[in-house]
Design a protein around this ligand. Structure first.
Ligand SMILES: [Zn+2]
Length: 156
């Protein structure tokens, strides 16, 4: 059991959590509501951690899950058409164009990936910024997607 004592100007509140991660999550969210309270702090005690004190949200070792924002369909269709036209419907890597009855469709790729963009609100504009978009054939797109996944998974 992880015993958590929340101290704020409204008084103290004690809660127990079964897992450490649950406790961290609760503390993280609690600071979200008590960020302006300078006296706010949380004591957390439990097996293997002893007693820890947190005085601010950023000190809590908890990473909230990033919500994946989907592309707005209307906006995406519009900007996608613009980028395809700008690139003459040709893959900017290998020059392939759309071919009849071929799977080599021309695709529009996010140079800074949608996942990366979704990590920060300030990057949202990149979802629809032509400067972050390029036309690729499906093969080059696959290539790029693999590269992006690999660089994401490898340690910096
Ligand atoms: Zn290509």
């Amino acid at each position: 059991m992880f015993r958590t004592v929340f101290h704020s100007i409204d008084g103290n509140k004690v809660k127990n959590y079964k897992s450490l991660n649950r406790a961290y999550k609760a503390i993280f969210e609690w600071f979200g509501n008590h960020g302006k309270d300078r006296s706010a702090h949380v004591l957390l005690s439990g097996p293997e951690i002893g007693t820890e004190t947190y005085r601010a949200q950023h000190e809590v070792p908890y990473k909230p899950k990033v919500k994946t924002r989907k592309l707005n369909h209307g906006m995406w269709v519009k900007v996608r058409a613009e980028v395809l036209k700008r690139d003459n419907y040709l893959c900017v890597r290998c020059g392939n164009g759309p071919q009849k009855n071929s799977k080599r469709a021309v695709e529009v790729h996010h140079k800074i990936s949608v996942e990366e963009i979704n990590r920060s609100v300030e990057l949202t504009y990149l979802l629809y910024a032509p400067s972050n978009l390029e036309t690729l054939c499906d093969l080059c797109h696959l290539d790029e997607t693999i590269k992006q996944n690999t660089s994401r998974n490898s340690p910096d």
